[in-house]
Ligand binder design. Structure first.
Ligand code: NAP
Length: 542
């Protein structure tokens, strides 16, 4: 489309800020921008708001961070008045919460749904971004804020023969709104990450038969989900500000009972007691059982062995238990899963497990799926194959910074940012929970609020000082990337072929993308940068 033709198609508009995405991050950013008296437009590709929680409607979709933690803290009235029903909120409940927030703060009037941002091009002379959408909008904004999410670009299933499949197929990350009724069907699920592990027990109860195609087994801890304990809710709400403060200063954005001792210093009995207690409590707190689980392979092996024993104690067929037991990577270095009845599901007569490492998929066929050794007749296939994480959504937009540098060129060898918020060469562009920040290693809402508040404070600073542009310096970015790498490589994380490393997307550069230094320490660092007048950034009035 030419510029001239496009310009006549819709009137040119100018905003202080364009925000890309209307999930938790985009909504709160809009709220803050409004509060500063700035004009903003939010573009959202989905037909509704909610981001992750709009798209991921697969059976059993639920947050693995507890609901009293996985919620906004910016409004005392909101956090006091909203009543979660369960310890871990389900996708429909989280979406209802997001809708409530949008209505309560009157956010919808600045959000354009079903509109995907196609390009964002920096105009050096005007100090502003030119943003174009797939619906022909062409707008200008001084600031462009990417609230595009870390797990929002679903991997396209690239299986030979998929177009010939006679049944129906869906990706967990783009699930049909009307749901899928598997009653009486022969179903195949490909993948055994968090999405699969949540949906498999439910699909197994509904379907006539279920075949799970597993490439890499995952460590999964029981959720022990239950109606929210009203005494606990009361205690938290009586002191919510303090509860939130502790979460912000914690390592992962919610408070877990941490243990300063090494797993190797504990006796086998002490270890077992600690692991049992964590297993019985349920949830992601397992990783904090000992201080060295993510830095010492020997320590980590003790936790892995505990899981293997658990799997053997639940799964009756020893061969299946063996197949479900992860061995090729340290526990916790691929995102740990939180489940309800996952391992027990493999005791059902209608469920089979296929090891794709031994029996690779050759093709999807008109009647089902063929591995090297067998053909499985299927009515429905569920692709639970994950996302082009952390960089996919950003690189899906044609972003061009100074001198026409594209983000794709800049990140050809992997993402490079300063603090995960800013990118040298891309002035006045902010990423909320971008690569190089704690993001996916944390409670996302805590990290989102921290970034949004930091960006809002930055805009106030610029305005107060008559400044019009801010850009990370190359030196600061270099140093930050080196620090992120150093901290990451001091842990066991890089030993796994995980989506943290980009390993799940063929051809993606292998870089450990999130910052593992801890939410509290990271927040302090960002605050120091701001307090010292935005060290590592160049600021200019023209
Ligand atoms: P995922 O963790 O990336 O899992 C994808 C699964 O598909 C893996 O088992 C992967 O195997 C497999 N796979 C990918 N490509 C494949 C191929 N070509 N052939 C065969 N198998 C293939 O994706 P996800 O389960 O959607 O979860 C992504 C992240 O979203 C989670 O880690 C979590 O952070 C978040 N999430 C959270 C929740 C929650 O809060 N409870 C729920 C869902 C998702 P390999 O391991 O071998 O690559």
């Amino acid at each position: 489309m030419t510029r001239a033709a496009d310009a006549t198609a819709s009137p040119v508009k100018e905003f202080d800020a364009v925000v890309v995405g209307a999930g938790f991050a985009g909504l709160y950013m809009l709220h803050r921008l409004r509060g500063l008296g700035l004009s903003a437009r939010v573009y959202e590709a989905g037909g509704g708001i909610g981001g992750t929680w709009y798209w991921n409607r697969y059976p059993g979709a639920r947050c693995d961070v507890e609901s009293m933690d996985y919620s906004y803290s910016f409004s005392e009235e909101l956090q006091q008045e909203w009543k979660w029903t369960e310890r871990y909120a389900s996708q429909p409940e989280i979406l209802r919460y997001i809708e409530h927030v949008a209505d309560r703060f009157d956010l919808r009037r600045d959000i354009e749904l079903k509109t995907r941002v196609a390009s964002a091009i920096w105009d050096e002379t005007a100090n502003r971004w030119e943003v174009r959408t797939d619906r022909g909008d062409r707008v200008f904004a001084q600031f462009c804020i990417m609230a595009t999410g870390c797990l929002s670009t679903a991997q396209t299933p690239a299986f030979k023969g998929l177009e010939t499949f006679g049944g129906t197929w869906n990706h967990t990350g783009t699930w049909p709104h009307e749901g899928v009724d598997f009653t009486g069907q022969r179903v195949g699920v490909i993948g055994t990450g968090s999405s699969a592990i949540q949906s498999i027990p439910i699909i197994a109860r509904q379907a006539a038969s279920l075949v799970v195609f597993q490439r890499t087994p995952n460590f999964s801890v029981p959720a022990h989900n239950a109606p929210l304990d009203r005494d606990f809710e009361g205690r938290v709400k009586a002191n919510y500000a303090e509860y939130r403060r502790q979460a912000r200063e914690s390592r992962v954005g919610f408070v877990v009972a941490s243990n300063d001792t090494s797993a190797l210093a504990a006796t086998p009995e002490e270890r077992l007691r600690e692991y049992e207690a964590r297993w019985n409590r349920g949830g992601l707190g397992f990783s904090a059982a000992f201080s060295d689980l993510l830095v010492s392979k020997d320590a980590n092996d003790t936790a892995a062995a505990f899981f293997h024993d658990k799997i053997r104690s639940i799964v009756r067929d020893p061969a299946i238990a063996e197949m479900l037991s992860p061995t090729g990577y340290p526990i916790g270095t691929k995102r740990m899963c939180v489940d309800t009845d996952y391992y027990a599901t493999f005791n059902r007569d209608n469920v089979r497990l296929v090891d794709l490492r031994k029996h690779p998929i050759e093709a999807i066929t008109p009647r089902g799926l063929r591995t090297r050794d067998a053909e499985y007749e299927l009515d429905s296939i569920v692709f639970a194959i994950g996302f082009d994480a952390m960089t996919g959504a950003l690189l899906g937009i044609d972003i061009r910074g100074r001198d026409g540098l594209t983000l794709g060129q800049k990140w050809a060898a992997g993402p490079r940012t300063y603090l995960g918020i800013a990118i040298a060469g891309f002035p006045n562009l902010f990423a909320i929970t971008g690569p190089g920040s704690p993001s996916v290693l944390s409670n996302m809402i805590v990290s989102i609020e921290q970034h949004v508040d930091w960006i809002a404070d930055c805009l106030v600073h610029l305005r107060a000082h008559g400044l019009h542009r801010i850009e990370a310096t190359v030196d600061a970015e270099e140093a930050w990337v080196a620090h992120v790498n150093e901290v990451g490589h001091a842990t066991l994380y890089p030993r796994a072929n995980s989506w943290y490393m980009g390993a799940n997307v063929p051809g993606k550069p292998r870089v450990f993308m999130p910052y593992v230094g801890g939410v509290g320490a990271y927040r302090q660092r960002c605050s120091d940068v701001a307090a010292k007048g935005y060290t590592g950034f160049s600021l200019a009035s023209a």
